[in-house]
Ligand binder design. Structure first.
Ligand code: ZN
Length: 118
């Protein structure tokens, strides 16, 4: 399946513990067939204190907790149309301006262009 979701799209999670959650795609990991979605599938990562013991002040550098979105497989993500606000599929088609775009199969509105240089 060709990846149709691009960075900046709104998606909904179809399966898993994050099912039903919506968010904006932060990044696409094409090699993994996965994507990270803003605020979805957030995992807490404990960052370890730095190994270097060059702390002169004596204050120990404690590790922290970093919240980070873990990638979700693209197969569990569905595009949400910005026009009709519904999870939908996209097809390739021409807009009124005869521009090839991703078009919502529900309402026929073209999706936003893939983020260029973003
Ligand atoms: Zn639509």
């Amino acid at each position: 399946m060709k990846a149709r979701i691009v960075k900046g799209d709104t998606v909904v999670v179809l399966r898993g513990k994050e099912k039903g959650k919506r968010g904006t795609v932060k990044s696409i990991l094409l090699a993994d067939g996965a994507a990270t979605v803003e605020g979805v599938n957030v995992v807490k990562r404990h960052t370890k204190p730095q190994q270097q013991t060059s702390n002169m002040g004596g204050s120990s550098r404690t590790g922290g907790i970093v919240e980070k979105e873990a990638p979700l497989p693209l197969s569990v993500l569905q595009y949400v149309c910005e026009a009709c606000k519904k999870p939908t599929r996209l097809r390739r088609g021409e807009t009124k301006e005869h521009r090839v775009a991703r078009i919502c199969v529900r309402c026929g509105e073209p999706a936003r262009e893939s983020a260029k240089g973003a």
